[in-house]
Structures are given as C-alpha cells and as structure tokens.
Design a protein around this ligand. Structure first.
Ligand SMILES: *[C@@H]1O[C@H](CO)[C@@H](O)[C@H](O)[C@H]1NC(C)=O
Ligand SMILES: *[C@@H]1O[C@H](CO)[C@@H](O)[C@H](O)[C@H]1NC(C)=O
Ligand SMILES: *[C@@H]1O[C@H](CO)[C@@H](O)[C@H](O)[C@H]1NC(C)=O
Ligand SMILES: *[C@@H]1O[C@H](CO)[C@@H](O)[C@H](O)[C@H]1NC(C)=O
Ligand SMILES: *[C@@H]1O[C@H](CO)[C@@H](O)[C@H](O)[C@H]1NC(C)=O
Length: 458
C-alpha cells in the first residue's frame, strides 16, 4: 500500500510540476508559496532539494560517491533532524493572536476574506508532534539513503543488527526513528522484526545538559540582544507596516510577534498540508527575507557561531561520532569485520547546528548582527538550506585500496571540510587521518564536562 501510494503521489506531483512548466503559468510549481525558500527551520526538505518535487525517491549518485573508483564504503553515521511537525504551544498562542486580529480587520480584497474565513485548527496539545508528512519525510529519506549507500544500508545489515538506531527522547524524534525504520522494512519487505533503538538525551539533547549553555545563553535574554535589536529595527517595522496596510488595520495593532506568526502560519500550512494558504498573501519576498534573517540571527546567537558555548555543548556528540569512526578504522586496519556498519542518530535542529558549527561549516567572514541584514544577503549560515525538517549530516568512511577517507554529506549533497577542500591534488574525499589532524585540538580537548561547567575551574 505504501509503495502504491508513493507511486501515485509521485506521478501526481511530477504531472503537476511538468504541466506547470509546459503551460508556463507559474515559475514555481502550483501550491508552492512564492516565499517557500525562506522558512528557515520551518521549511520543507524539498525546498532544499527541488529535484525531489519531481521524484521524491530520486538520488544523484554522482553527488555523493567519490570519484575514486577503488573506494568502498565501510561505515556511515547519520545525524538526522526529526521530520515535519506541528507547531509548539508557544507558537500556537502567537498564531491565535494573529488570527484574532484578522477577525477584526475590515473585509477588503477577496484574499483578506479568505484569511478571515480560515479556521484556526492548531491547538496547544499538538505541541510539536510529528505529522504524517514527517513520517513520510523519514520513510523516503531512508529509501534514498539506501539507494545512495546500498552496501551499508542493506537488508542484510539490518537483519544482522549492523544498523543501530539512537534517538532523542522527544516523541517527534522517536516517531521519526520508527518511520525511518519502517521505510527500510517496507522497502525490503521484512516481516516479524522489531525496531531496536536506544534513547540517549546526553547525546541527542546535549544542549539541555550543558549548564553553562543553559545559564549563559538558554535562559539569558541579553545573549539574544542582536535578535531583539533586529526585531525592533526599521526592517521589521517595514514588514509590520505593509501587513497593516494590506489588512487595513492600524499599524500599532500589528506586533512583530504577529508578523512572525503569519510567516509561521504560511510555513506550517505548507509543510503540513502542502497548501499555499491565504496567510502567505500577507508577505512578499522582501518581507520573507527579513523574517528569515530574524530567525537565522536567532539560530546564529543561540546555536551557531554567536557564542562559543553553543558549539562546545556538542563536544559529547563530536566525540561519540569520532570514537565510532576510530573504532571502525581500527577494525578495518586489523582486518576484522565492521560491527557497526550504520548508525542512525535522530535529534533536533538544535542538535545539528551546534555540531556543524563545531566542525566549522557555514562560517561567514563576519558575524550576523542586527545591522548586517543587507551585508549578509549572501550568507553561508542560512538555516533554510542547512536545517529544514529531516535535515541530515551523513559521514561516510571509505576504504580506498587501504586508504581510509571520510566524506561529509549534508542533505544529500557533499560538504567540503573547511580548510580541507583540496586533498593534495587528489579528487575525492580527504584522508581520514587528515580530517583527524584538522580537528586535532577538538579531538584532544573539547571536554563536555569541562566546557559546560557553570563556573570554569581555573
Ligand atoms: C547530479 O550531479 C551532477 C554533479 O553535480 C550534475 O552534473 C548532474 O546534473 C546531476 N544530475 C541530476 C539528474 O540532477
Ligand atoms: C486595534 O487596537 C485597538 C486598541 O487596542 C483596539 O481598540 C482595536 O479594536 C484594534 N483594531 C483591530 C482591527 O484589531
Ligand atoms: C507516534 O508514536 C505514537 C506512540 O507510538 C503513536 O501513538 C502516534 O500515532 C505516532 N504518530 C505518528 C504521526 O506516527
Ligand atoms: C548515552 O551516551 C553517553 C555517551 O556515549 C553514555 O555515556 C551514556 O551511558 C549513554 N546513556 C544511555 C542511557 O545509554
Ligand atoms: C548574558 O549574556 C550576556 C551577553 O552575552 C553576557 O554578557 C552575560 O554575562 C550573560 N549573563 C549570564 C548570567 O551569563
């Protein structure tokens, strides 16, 4: 049933997509909001990889497989964000406020009527749970990854227990893990097997366990000063003004929270139901770019390069990954079998962003600040691309005629280790020993206990 449904959905989607191209009605496929590329961590995975709109199970092997022919993949660790989810309680309240404002707005253009008629259906109880689309995100990702790495994500390895699963304790992550597994089980028509997984928040929700992060960033509003400044800047004010004009309500009635809530409403209706909701009419591309920057700024100061402790809080996960790679490397060198072919670790955007930051990815030459919106238009730190739903960092260890090489892949596209892009003129991923050398300081230090102490001992 799953395959039939997938095939039907696949044909329907490609049909709609190609028709829209042939008829030249729209530049974006029908049903896709014009601002869909700017939804940051509330964005669909498909916007980061548009070819999936034609075929959700398509993979581009030439993108991830090393050009070196003699390479054989021997281990893969994937750190994956949960799939599409409902809004959290806090956001639901903001949406409700915005919905209320629209109820009081005068009936104007037809789309305003449509927004007014829209029924608020999000409730606090939904509290960030995985939605059906999120189940599919992970089922499809599992199938694509098994196509990309058939020697590792194989039926044999699954049945022999060489594929390990670990997840954060949050229901949306546990459900995502089960969905990933289900994708494989259905693909290989495996019966009477049960998913065996470990819950480990020490690793997948390290941010909750790092006292220095919790106290100096998590609970500290001053740490978000740049975000607050941007939210009260002329750029945000412009968004609120335009929104007030469109709705014909006084400017003072549209708060920045409401402007953000409209953005989220457009994003959630799209991610969850795949519809271009009337809420999207309240924002143009320029507005979306401002709101995208506001959220990137928040992620930058809370999860990225903004504060050192953000990335250091992921030291425990960093060591977990590298000690596993080391273990596999020594198994290979000693000629024994690799016990753990695949490790699937499911967590949050808050798990991925600090780790990517620790590894030095997506670092701009200048920090993101409240005054650098224009200068940062071409920034590398763009969460719409980095961490949509089901975002995934895959580290693949290859054995290339005795040389071990490590390839990083983010959202199914190769990612060059910063400072390691040219590997002594050899095409393909860097030698594993060069990667270890590159991160030597972190491998020898980056002690979670020490970094996360509230009062560092001198
Ligand atoms: C796959 O990736 C390669 C390398 O970037 C690119 O040249 C090619 O067009 C891609 N193929 C498809 C079908 O997208
Ligand atoms: C705008 O705010 C004022 C003051 O709170 C209130 O009386 C008025 O009803 C609001 N207008 C709309 C359209 O919400
Ligand atoms: C998530 O898991 C729970 C508990 O197993 C289940 O009740 C719920 O239906 C699942 N949700 C989805 C979307 O699969
Ligand atoms: C989680 O992982 C950490 C680090 O590897 C380990 O020390 C801890 O025992 C694990 N916890 C559970 C509950 O498995
Ligand atoms: C809160 O953040 C500000 C700015 O980063 C910092 O100066 C201050 O020390 C922090 N407060 C606490 C309690 O850590």
């Amino acid at each position: 049933m799953f395959t039939v449904k997938t095939i039907i959905a696949h044909f329907a989607l490609s049909y709609m997509f190609w028709c829209s191209l042939l008829l030249n009605v729209q530049t974006t496929p029908p049903g896709i909001p014009l601002i869909a590329n700017y939804f940051t961590t509330k964005g669909r995975y498909e916007e980061a990889n548009p070819y999936l709109l034609v075929d959700i199970l398509a993979v581009n092997k030439s993108l991830v497989n090393p050009p070196l022919e003699e390479c054989r993949e021997i281990h893969l660790t994937a750190i994956i964000r949960h799939g599409t989810r409902y809004p959290t309680s806090r956001n639901v309240q903001k949406m409700r406020d915005m919905h209320q404002l629209v109820q009081n707005a005068p009936e104007g253009k037809s789309w305003v009527r449509e927004v007014r008629q829209w029924k608020m259906w999000y409730t606090e109880e939904m509290d960030g749970r995985l939605v059906q689309k999120g189940v599919l995100d992970h089922q499809h990702l599992a199938i694509r990854l098994s196509k990309l790495f058939p020697l590792l994500l194989s039926k044999r390895n699954l049945q022999d227990g060489h594929i390990r699963f670990m997840t954060s304790s949050k229901h949306r992550c546990v459900n995502s893990t089960m969905s990933f597994y289900e994708g494989l089980v259905k693909l290989w028509d495996i019966k009477d097997e049960e998913l065996d997984f470990k819950v480990n928040d020490t690793l997948m929700r390290f941010f909750d366990h790092c006292a220095r992060f919790v106290e100096t960033v998590g609970k500290n509003q001053s740490a978000m000063a740049e975000v607050d400044k941007f939210i009260s800047s002329a750029f945000m004010e412009g968004v609120q003004k335009k929104m007030a004009d469109r709705l014909q309500v006084p400017f003072s009635n549209v708060t920045s929270d409401m402007a953000q809530a409209s953005f989220y409403l457009c994003a959630y209706e799209f991610a969850i139901k795949t519809i271009n909701s009337p809420w999207c009419q309240l924002l143009d591309t320029e507005d979306a770019l401002v709101l995208e920057y506001a959220n990137d700024l928040k992620q930058f100061w809370k999860r990225g390069y903004g504060q050192d402790i953000n990335s250091k809080s992921s030291c425990v996960l960093f060591h977990d990954v590298f000690s596993r790679l080391d273990r596999v490397a020594s198994e290979i060198r000693s000629g024994s079998d690799v016990t753990e072919a695949v490790t699937i670790q499911v967590g949050h955007a808050e798990t991925l962003l600090p780790l990517l930051t620790l590894l030095g990815f997506f670092k701009d030459s200048m920090p993101l600040t409240s005054s650098s919106y224009v200068k940062q238009r071409q920034r590398a730190f763009r969460t719409s691309k980095i961490s949509p739903y089901a975002a995934n960092l895959v580290l693949v260890l290859y054995d290339c005629s005795g040389d071990l090489r490590l390839q990083a892949v983010l959202n199914e596209k190769p990612l060059a280790f910063p400072g390691l892009s040219v590997h002594q003129g050899v095409e393909g991923p860097p030698l594993y020993q060069d990667v270890r050398e590159h991160y030597r300081d972190l491998l020898q230090g980056c002690n979670f206990e020490k970094e996360c102490q509230l009062f560092p001992s001198k």
